[in-house]
Design a protein around this ligand. Structure first.
Ligand SMILES: Cc1cc2nc3c(=O)[nH]c(=O)nc-3n(C[C@H](O)[C@H](O)[C@H](O)COP(=O)(O)OP(=O)(O)OC[C@H]3O[C@@H](n4cnc5c(N)ncnc54)[C@H](O)[C@@H]3O)c2cc1C
Length: 258
């Protein structure tokens, strides 16, 4: 239950509030997740007045404020087409207007399309905590530790490379349903290829980050060889993971040739 609501006007005020231990104080992005019923009494710090809603292209980087909504990113024209596809898959229109970039990443499980696609671009997440210098982490390093790392901290920006090609493919029980298996491939001009799978578990998993795409489909099949649950058998997920990765790689090749 939310027992206190704060809308600080400065970063300093926000970080002081988040540093309190009682009541437990947490960031409110769009609130879709935070507003879900919970027994614990919490205070929330609404970040909407902190100037974290900018989308800025800076050279080879796209800097997204943590409070940018998925719909703002979608209509900005700044996101790669495959990231736009993952945003449409993540949430329907009404929820996209509310869900923020940071809130979606921090609340994501393995089925989150937006998180799967973004992880393939190896973005950097900036966060800050009262009395400390701002920190930069690779999103892939931050996600497994997010419960601990978010305590008292505020995510400020997400920095995405603009020079990498991206592909996102999935299978689901219906086109709008969350994926049973999804795959995202990021590829840099150097040939560096990063492959991420989603659709299962606590978070999407990175299965390859190498100088070439060699072995990507086999690595994907291997990574999901035990990924069975009530939604799909492991053998099915494993097979489909390989197919989707190949489809992503073909898509990127065709885009380069075209
Ligand atoms: C009806 C409903 C259906 C949903 N369906 C789906 C679905 O199909 N697929 C799916 O993936 N999700 C789904 N969700 C979850 C929801 O879409 C995501 O959790 C949502 O995108 C979260 O975004 P938000 O900005 O509202 O986050 P919030 O609820 O505001 O925050 C989520 C978490 O992130 C933290 N946080 C937010 N911003 C920051 C920040 N700047 N710094 C540090 N921490 C931060 C919060 O403290 C909280 O722990 C659903 C939610 C609802 C209510």
């Amino acid at each position: 239950m939310i027992v206190e609501y704060h809308r600080p006007q400065s970063m300093e005020e926000a970080l002081d509030l988040l540093a309190r231990s009682q009541p437990r104080t947490t960031v409110l992005g769009g609130g879709l997740f935070v507003n879900q019923e919970q027994k614990e009494e919490i205070a929330v710090v609404d970040v909407q007045s902190l100037g974290l809603s900018d989308i800025q292209a800076k050279g080879n980087k796209l800097v997204l404020g943590s409070a940018v909504t998925l719909q703002e990113l979608l209509v900005s024209g700044q996101a790669p087409e495959a990231l736009e596809k993952s945003i449409r898959h993540q949430d329907p229109y009404n929820r996209r207007q509310v869900a923020t970039v940071a809130g979606t990443l921090m609340a994501a499980d393995g089925r989150s399309p937006f998180t799967t696609a973004l992880l393939a671009l190896d973005p950097i997440l900036e966060s800050v905590r009262a009395g400390e210098e701002a920190k930069e982490d690779h999103l892939g390093d931050f996600l497994p530790l997010r419960a601990e790392r978010l305590s008292g901290a505020l995510v400020t920006n997400l920095i995405i490379p603009r020079n990498a090609a991206l592909a996102y493919e999935y299978v689901a029980r219906s086109p709008a349903d969350l994926p049973l298996v999804s795959a995202a491939v990021g590829q840099w001009p150097s040939g560096r290829t990063r492959v991420v799978l989603g659709g299962y578990g606590d978070q999407p998993v990175m299965v390859l980050d190498g100088p070439t795409p060699d072995g990507a489909a086999a690595a994907a099949r291997d990574a999901y060889s035990q990924a069975g649950d009530a939604w799909a058998e492991a053998s099915y997920r494993s097979e489909v993971a390989g197919v989707l990765v190949e489809r992503c790689l073909e898509g990127i090749s065709e885009e380069k040739e075209g």
